[in-house]
Design a protein around this ligand. Structure first.
Ligand code: PMP
Length: 449
């Protein structure tokens, strides 16, 4: 068992040297929140408080924390093969994990390129799209289409196709130049408090036709969307929207990339959102849940035709390396060991089906928040929820952050983005813990109002 420090860590460690990511560093360091251990549905803070994990870490610990088979697999591999060169060498676990992964991805998506994060998976997917069109003799297809409020990580490709202004503002000179953005589908006026997929908004996919018309289909390589936007507030796709995007892409030979870094591995009650919504992309990016968050890893999973076109073109050009791309830690042995143990655990405990079976109760609990102070929308599917609050006058995000702090004081970890609260507990969550999440959140909402 992990030893819990008797003295709070915050009093033992100097905080200055670390520059924390996506964190208000100055404010955090005045009152740090430190986690020292985790097990199943709970974190333990450095001062020994148990915190119910309402967010599966950062949407990644789908099987719950420090699960024995995963811990064991990582430890065993660390002692057996700590590292293997990723280029021109292989090791068995990476082949096994790639094959295992393609058993749960949609049919046809069966070639896997490993990365170390979601951001790298996105950059990899974008580069594969470019390489594919070049291989087919259409090198002018170099444009991408993203979407407002899309989050695709923090690589230069990802922030360029992503639709979050604040993630670009400080770096604006370095963006990919040839990107258009579709409008987002978030529409409180028409869809607030919808159950499941919102009814209105499929027509927003027609904006892609407008971009195609303006730029010319022959210049567009790929469209990238999160099937459900996660980081910007759990925005479910309107009924019919993804289907329409798929049809337009097909019509113009544009690749469709689904960024499933959040929606993958059961979050929506199916292995991937692609299966949940019945729409198959050409490339699917994953990360987070692939290793249950235990070792960093991501992947781009591509249709065989895309892979083969790139292989064939290289062959015709004389053979050799087909794709000049890869990372020192692509398919790292520890990540593969964690990934294999994780996928096995998901299967053994039937966790994706479990998320589906809890959806009704989860959704009821989410929608029961209606009427609480400042709640202006509720969204739920699988085991994910978005709870939108009206912003406090002049201080966007302040109200939700107060709710986050109040929940943390009461022993619940939630996530906030602007004035939207996101919930995404591990898929092992029990009914009683769902009740606990929502009663704590209700109390916090009342208190903060
Ligand atoms: N894409 C999506 C949809 C994500 O949610 C995230 C992370 N939240 C990323 C990409 C980036 O992943 P990473 O932080 O592992 O680079």
């Amino acid at each position: 068992m992990t030893e819990i420090l008797t003295e709070p860590l915050a009093e033992q460690v100097a905080l200055d040297a670390l520059w924390m990511p996506f964190t208000a560093n100055r404010a955090f360091k005045q009152a740090p929140r430190l986690l020292a251990a985790a097990k199943d549905m709970h974190y333990t803070t450095d001062d020994g408080r148990r915190i119910l994990d309402g967010t599966a870490g950062l949407w990644c610990v789908n099987a719950g924390h420090c699960r024995e088979p995963i811990v064991h697999a990582i430890a065993a591999e660390a002692g057996r093969l700590d590292y293997a060169p990723a280029f021109q060498m292989g090791h068995p676990l990476q082949f096994r994990l790639a094959e295992r992964l393609t058993e749960i991805t949609p049919a046809g998506l069966d070639r896997v390129f490993f990365t170390n994060s979601g951001s790298e998976a996105v950059d990899t997917a974008l580069k594969i799209a470019l390489a594919y069109h070049r291989a087919r003799g259409e090198p002018d297809r170099a444009r991408f289409v993203g979407r407002a409020r899309g989050y695709h990580g923090v690589g230069f490709g990802g922030i360029s196709v992503g639709g979050i202004e604040t993630n670009r503002r400080a770096f604006a000179a370095q963006l990919l130049p040839q990107v258009d953005h579709l409008p987002h589908t978030h529409d409180l006026a028409r869809n607030a408090f919808s159950r499941g997929q919102p009814t209105h908004g499929a027509e927003l996919a027609e904006e892609l036709e407008r971009v195609v018309h303006e730029r010319g289909a022959e210049t567009i390589a790929a469209v990238i969307v999160e099937p459900m936007a996660g980081s910007t507030g759990v925005l479910l796709p309107p009924a019919g929207y993804l289907e329409r995007l798929r049809a337009i892409c097909d019509q113009h030979d544009i690749l469709l990339i689904f960024d499933e870094v959040i929606t993958g591995f059961g979050r929506l009650g199916a292995p991937f959102a692609a299966q949940r919504f019945g729409v198959t992309p050409d490339v699917l990016t994953v990360a987070k849940g692939i290793t249950n968050g235990a070792v960093p890893m991501g992947a781009a999973v591509v249709k065989r035709e895309i892979h083969d076109a790139i292989m064939d073109a290289a062959q015709q050009a004389g053979g050799g390396i087909e794709l000049f791309h890869g990372y020192t830690y692509s398919g790292h042995p520890l990540a593969c060991a964690a990934g294999l143990a994780t996928l096995e655990l998901y299967e053994r405990e039937d966790l994706f089906a479990r998320a589906a079976s809890l959806e009704g109760a989860w959704s009821d609990a989410v929608h029961a928040l209606r009427g609480l102070p400042h709640v202006i929308d509720l969204r739920a599917m699988g085991l994910v929820a978005g709870i939108e609050l009206d912003p406090r006058d002049g201080k966007p995000g302040a109200r939700a952050f107060d709710v986050f702090m109040e929940c943390f004081r009461r022993g619940l970890l939630i996530r906030v983005t602007g004035d939207i609260i996101a919930l995404s507990p591990p898929l092992i969550v029990e009914r009683g813990q769902i009740d606990e999440i929502f009663s704590t959140l209700s109390d916090a909402l009342e208190k903060v109002s």
